[in-house]
Design a protein around this ligand. Structure first.
Ligand code: BES
Ligand code: ZN
Ligand code: ZN
Length: 483
C-alpha cells in the first residue's frame, strides 16, 4: 500500500472513495447532503462504527476522540469495512491531537494493520484491493502541519505496521509449514533484505554450547531446533539492548500432553520469537542508533519414544539443575538456555524477553494484555508506559518471595513448575530470573504475551489470529532509548 501526503485540499483530490472520521459525535465535517442518509442507515458515529455511502463514494467511521488509540482503531475499522470491496484509491483529511504528528502515525498504522488478512490457505481470497491512500494536510481543527515532520511519522508508521504484519504472517503459518528450520530461513531472508547480521546455531553447536535443556525439549520432534541470533550494529550506538524470544513452532505439551481443546492454536507458541524478528526488521529499517541483538529459541515440543520426561533432571547452560515435573512448562526451559547464551554473547544495558509463557497470564489479565515482570520497578514501568504509547496493553505483575518458594525442588536446584495452582505467570517469571546473571538483574524485563499474541476474534486494529503483540511496544521503547 502506497501513502501520499499532500498540501492539496481534500476536495481537490481525485480518488475512488473519501474516508471521513466522525470525531466524538461531531459531524462538523460531514457533507450536508449525507446527513439524511447517515440517519437512515442508523449511523451514530460511535467508536469504530462504519457507514459506507455507496452512491456518494464516502465512508464514514466514528472515533471517540483525537487520541492515537481512537484514531488507530478507527482507520483500521475503515479498512476492515473495505475488505473484499473493489475500491483502489482512497483519500482522507488529517486528524491530529492539537497538531501532534503522532496522530498521523496512528492513522497510518491503523490503515496498514486493519488491511491485514491471512489467506495463505484459502482458495477464495477476500483481500483488500486498496493500493493507494492520499492524505491531505487539510486538518480537522484547521491546524497547520509541517509536511516534513508529518512525512517522517508516515514513514515510521509504515515500517512499524509492516513489521507487525510480518510477525503476524509467521505466527499464523501452520506448524507443518513453519518449523525451526523454516524460522531460521525466514530470519536469514529478512536479515539479508534489511541489512542485519544473522547467525544460526544448529544442534551440533547447541550441544557444544551446552544448551541441554533446550535440546531436551526438542528431542522428540522430527524437526531439529535452531537458535537464531540477529544483530543490528549501527556505527554510533548509544547503548546495547538484547531481545530474547520463545519460538515454540508447536507446543503439544510433550508427554504431559495438552488436552485436545488446549492444543488448538499452539502454532502461536512461536509468537515471542516472531515478535523479535519483526522488531529487528523495524529497527534495521529505521536505522535506530542502538546496538540490538535478537535471540530466538526455535523448537518443537512433541511426544515420542525419545521424549524428555516428567522426573528428568536437566542441566541448564549456566550449570543450574532443573527438575522436570511437567513437560508442558517447556518455554521456560528453552528460554533458560537462550537467556544464558544471550548473556554470554553480549553484555547489554537492557534485556527484554517475549514469550507466550503461561495460560495463567491470560487467566489473570485477560486476552488483550501482556504481563510485564522483572526485578526492577523502573524497567517494568518503562515497558508498561511505552506499550501504552504504542497502542498495546500491558500491566506489571510483581514478583514476591513467597511465590519464589513454590518453585523449590527437593532433588534439584529448581523445579520447572510451581507447587501451587495460583500465580502461574509470576512463578514462571521468577523461574526465568534464575537464569539472569547478577550484572543484568535490574536490567531485565520478561513480557508474557500469551494473551494478546493470538486471539480467535478480531479486536481493535487486530485481526482474528496473530496480532504481532510486542512489536509496536518494543519499537516504541527502543525509539525512546535512542533519543
Ligand atoms: N505455551 C503454553 C502457554 C500458553 C497457554 C500460551 C495458552 C498461550 C495460550 C506454555 O508452554 C504452557 O503450556 N504453560 C503451562 C504451564 C504449566 C504446565 C505450569 C500452562 O500455562 O498451563
Ligand atoms: Zn507448554
Ligand atoms: Zn509453550
Amino acid at each position: 500500500m502506497n501513502f501520499e501526503l499532500t498540501i492539496a485540499k481534500i476536495a481537490e483530490i481525485k480518488a475512488d472513495l473519501e474516508l471521513i472520521l466522525v470525531i466524538d459525535n461531531d459531524f462538523k465535517h460531514h457533507f450536508v447532503q449525507d446527513k439524511k442518509l447517515l440517519k437512515k442507515a442508523g449511523f451514530e458515529g460511535g467508536q469504530d462504527e462504519t457507514c459506507l455511502l455507496i452512491g456518494e463514494n464516502r465512508l464514514y467511521v466514528g472515533a471517540g476522540s483525537l487520541e492515537s488509540t481512537a484514531l488507530r482503531t478507527a482507520t483500521a475499522s475503515a479498512m476492515k469495512a473495505l475488505l473484499g470491496k473493489n475500491y483502489k484509491h482512497i483519500k482522507v483529511s488529517t486528524y491530529t491531537n492539537k497538531g501532534c504528528t503522532y496522530s498521523l502515525r496512528a492513522m497510518v498504522e491503523g490503515f496498514i494493520l486493519g488491511d491485514y488478512t491471512f489467506e495463505t490457505y484459502k482458495s477464495q481470497k477476500n483481500e483488500s484491493k486498496i493500493k493507494h491512500i492520499t492524505i491531505s494536510l487539510d486538518e480537522y481543527n484547521g491546524m497547520a502541519l509541517d509536511i516534513e515532520k508529518a512525512s517522517v511519522q508516515v514513514h515510521k508508521a509504515q515500517i512499524i505496521a509492516d513489521a507487525t504484519n510480518f510477525t503476524r504472517d509467521i505466527v499464523n503459518t501452520t506448524p507443518d509449514d513453519c518449523y525451526p528450520e523454516v524460522m531460521a530461513s525466514i530470519a536469514e531472508g529478512m536479515a539479508e533484505d534489511v541489512g542485519l547480521k544473522c547467525h544460526v546455531l544448529k544442534p551440533k553447536q547447541l550441544k557444544k554450547e551446552k544448551m541441554e535443556t533446550l535440546l531436551a525439549v526438542a528431542r522428540a520432534s522430527r524437526h531439529t531446533p535452531r537458535v537464531i541470533h540477529l544483530t543490528h550494529k549501527p556505527k554510533k550506538a548509544k547503548m546495547k539492548v538484547t531481545l530474547v524470544g520463545k519460538g515454540l513452532t508447536y507446543d503439544s505439551g510433550g508427554l504431559s500432553l495438552k488436552p485436545a481443546d488446549y492444543m488448538v492454536t499452539m502454532k502461536s507458541d512461536k509468537s515471542g520469537g516472531s515478535a523479535v524478528m519483526g522488531i529487528m526488521k523495524a529497527i534495521a529499517e529505521m536505522d535506530l542508533p542502538i546496538e540490538v541483538h535478537g535471540f530466538i529459541g526455535a523448537v518443537e515440543n512433541m511426544i515420542g519414544g525419545d521424549a524428555y520426561k516428567p522426573d528428568d533432571v536437566l542441566v541448564a547452560k549456566n550449570g543450574k539443575t532443573i527438575e522436570v515435573r511437567n513437560t508442558d512448562a517447556e518455554g521456560r526451559l528453552v528460554l533458560a538456555d537462550v537467556l544464558c547464551y544471550a548473556q554470554q554473547e553480549v553484555r547489554s544495558d537492557y534485556i527484554f524477553d517475549f514469550a507466550t509463557l503461561t495460560g495463567a497470564c491470560v487467566v489473570g489479565v485477560g486476552h488483550y494484555t501482556s504481563g510485564v515482570m522483572g526485578n526492577s520497578d523502573e524497567v517494568k514501568a518503562m515497558v508498561v508506559k511505552e506499550a501504552k504509547n504504542a497502542g498495546e496493553l500491558a500491566t506489571a505483575l510483581d514478583f514476591n518471595p513467597y511465590l519464589k518458594k513454590t518453585i523449590k525442588s527437593e532433588i534439584a536446584d529448581i523445579c520447572n513448575i510451581s507447587n501451587t495452582r495460583y500465580g502461574g505467570a509470576i512463578t514462571a517469571g521468577q523461574f526465568l530470573s534464575e537464569f539472569i546473571d547478577k550484572k543484568h538483574t535490574d536490567k531485565w524485563a520478561h513480557i508474557d504475551i500469551a494473551g494478546p499474541a493470538f486471539v480467535e476474534h478480531a479486536w481493535g486494529e487486530n485481526p482474528h489470529g496473530a496480532s504481532g503483540a510486542g512489536v509496536r511496544l518494543m519499537v516504541k521503547l527502543l525509539e525512546k532509548l535512542a533519543k
